[in-house]
Design a binder for this molecule. Structure first.
Ligand code: ADP
Ligand code: MG
Length: 340
């Protein structure tokens, strides 16, 4: 199968109805032609996924298709933008039709769920890598930025942090968990849910937002730096993991499906580290004025996304953790850095 047959078979499809008005011309010409609706501007973001660096070679291709788009949609979510269109740059070691069919299925399923059109791309032979650029609409002045946090604002996160890191630790063989925990954690790592509906609902409510891809401390650190403020995280509020959701895990060094056994939970500091620095969460971290607590809860309910308040923004710089005994510890605001 040649390059053009491959594109026609797996990646050329009519835009979903939701994006039809904005997509004047899609796959097939030298350029796609896009037109935002009146009163909107484009929000654009790119993420590149390289085998061995961003995903394991063991990941199922449909899950990879999902994740490649999900991490990009997560950036639109963090800006409060409505997804419209995307391009796909694909580097493949060979043409494996079963792999391509499954990859495309996972990709298109998530795209259809968000009404987003694949409008172009590039396909080449090389090491497995996937580069996606997403385009979304947002009215001028309404995008959620990193720079809007103010002293006194409350600090929030969506969903649960640390689950993907837990799955990674199991993959690395450094701990074992019961099978149901494993399946949940693995799904969280391989098929993250971009919080698009929450980002849209937080327009006009959140003062700043970012998505958590490189660890909470690192991504919150970007908000603090851009806003010129600091923050205190309450450890007691920040820890909610698979373990505290009622399923425990063991440390026997192998996958354990026996839920009646009772290996000890890992130390709380271990969980906390995964929550604070785990990475690959694709949740939103955001701030909102304390007068808007109820508005945040309403936005979360409207989006069907759980949120939790984990701390507060302060004028004094730095990121601090208030531990259960009240002691404040300074946290480094370093997220994962490919070149560190
Ligand atoms: P060019 O050589 O002019 O850049 P290509 O031959 O690379 O064009 O691609 C032909 C058409 O197919 C273009 O419209 C391009 O956007 C689209 N395309 C190529 N690869 C992909 C892909 N992986 N997914 C979607 N569209 C693609
Ligand atoms: Mg090309």
């Amino acid at each position: 199968m040649g390059e053009f047959d491959l594109i026609a078979r797996y990646f050329k499809r009519p835009p979903p109805l939701a994006a039809a008005a904005q997509v004047t011309l899609g796959v097939g010409d030298d350029c796609a032609l896009l037109q935002p609706r009146p009163g909107q501007q484009w929000a654009v973001s790119t993420d590149l996924l390289i085998e061995g660096r961003h995903f394991l070679s063991t990941v199922a291709p449909d899950r990879l298709g999902h994740k490649a788009l999900a991490v990009n949609l997560s950036d639109l979510a963090a800006c409060g933008a409505q997804p419209v269109a995307y391009t796909l740059a694909l580097s493949l070691p060979s043409v494996d039709e079963a792999w391509l069919a499954a990859f495309a299925q996972g990709l298109h399923a998530l795209a259809d769920a968000h009404g987003i059109a694949l409008v172009g791309g590039d396909t080449t032979r090389g090491p497995l890598a996937i580069g996606i650029t997403v385009m979304g609409e947002v009215p001028p002045g309404q995008a959620l930025l990193r720079s809007g946090a103010k002293a006194g604002d409350e600090l929030w996160v969506s969903g649960h942090l640390g689950d993907a890191r837990l799955a990674l630790e199991v993959f690395r063989g450094s701990l074992s968990v019961p099978l149901p925990v494993w399946e949940l954690a693995r799904q969280r790592m391989e098929q993250p849910t971009p919080r698009v509906a929450l980002g849209l609902a937080l327009r006009g409510v959140a003062s700043a937002a970012a998505d958590v891809s490189d660890g909470l401390c690192g991504d919150l650190g970007h908000i603090l730096a851009a806003s010129g403020v600091g923050a205190v995280i309450d450890a007691a509020d920040a820890i909610e993991t698979i373990a505290s959701r009622g399923v425990w895990m063991g440390a026997s060094g192998r996958l354990d499906s026996n839920l009646s056994a009772n290996p000890p939970l890992p130390a709380e500091w271990q969980w906390l580290d995964w929550v604070l620095n785990g990475g690959d969460d694709y949740e939103l971290v955001f701030t909102a004025p304390s007068a808007l607590t109820e508005a945040v809860r309403l936005a979360a309910a409207a989006a069907g996304t759980p949120v939790r308040r984990i701390g507060r923004i302060q004028a004094e710089s730095g990121l601090w953790l208030r531990e259960r005994d009240g002691v404040l510890t300074r946290l480094p605001t370093r997220g994962f850095d490919h070149f560190a």
